[in-house]
Design a protein around this ligand. Structure first.
Ligand code: URA
Length: 238
């Protein structure tokens, strides 16, 4: 994308976001990243993940609320050194209200627990959109625009040392539009000055059983890079 169309794209997103938030009656000043840094009064409104969850409430800011059973806010340690960002809840996640608990989630859990030697509760796991898109379709632009301020706030509050983005959608939102996961994975990027390592979404590996060995090998390389960055010792194979 050239700089002019990128700027138009950003301006369009901002406009849609402001209009939809005004329509829903959201006061931007209550989201602490939009408040002046030294305003303790405004910071006091939303200064924890619990406050943010309460602020999101029974969200109807985009059309995804119509099909959801549960909003999937995210879970893990508020002091996590590592945050995983996926795309959006699937069926199981929607049913349980927890991120990455279906088949793809089981693979992510194996990566965290078996390969990294951590516990799910040691890291933080969340998604670009907090409600399940119908039939697991990709989240649409307006849905992402409505939800992305909350992901930003989660990351701003947790201040992880590393973010691992899982798959194309999260990669496009945190690193840059129109990037191919195959081209960016394995290389360090940044989001809000935090190092970001993109890797394949576990669901992508599950959808490509013939390439499982190769894809898992690449994910393993990416995980090793993350572990090295965090100064942690790798446990064993994915
Ligand atoms: N896929 C995602 O991107 N997120 C989840 O929470 C589950 C599956």
């Amino acid at each position: 994308m050239n700089p002019a169309s990128e700027l138009r794209d950003i301006a369009g997103q901002l406009k849609r976001l402001i209009i939809s938030n005004m329509e829903m009656g959201i006061d931007f000043s209550r989201l602490s990243s939009y408040a002046p840094k030294n305003s303790s009064e405004k910071q006091a409104h939303i200064d924890s993940l619990e406050d943010l969850r309460a602020f999101i409430g029974d969200c109807k800011r985009c059309k995804l609320w119509r099909g959801r059973s549960n909003l999937v806010f995210g879970e893990g340690s508020p002091n996590a050194r590592l945050v995983f960002v996926g795309e959006g809840p699937g069926h199981e996640e929607d049913q349980e209200g927890r991120p990455f608990v279906g088949e793809a989630g089981k693979m992510l859990t194996r990566i965290i627990e078996n390969a990294m030697g951590l516990k799910r509760k040691d890291v933080y796991i969340c998604n670009v959109v907090k409600c399940r898109p119908p039939n697991n379709r990709d989240p649409e632009r307006d849905e992402i625009d409505s939800c992305i301020p909350f992901l930003r706030e989660q990351i701003r509050m947790i201040k992880p040392e590393v973010i691992c983005v899982l798959g194309r959608i999260a990669c496009n939102e945190l690193i840059g539009r129109d990037l191919k996961i195959t081209q960016v994975r394995g290389k360090w990027h940044a989001y809000m000055d935090i190092p970001v390592m993109p890797t394949y979404h576990p669901a992508y590996i599950l959808r490509n059983p013939k390439r499982e060995r190769q894809l898992k090998g690449q994910v393993w390389d990416d995980i090793r890079a993350i572990m090295a960055r965090l100064g942690l010792e790798v446990k064993r194979d994915v």
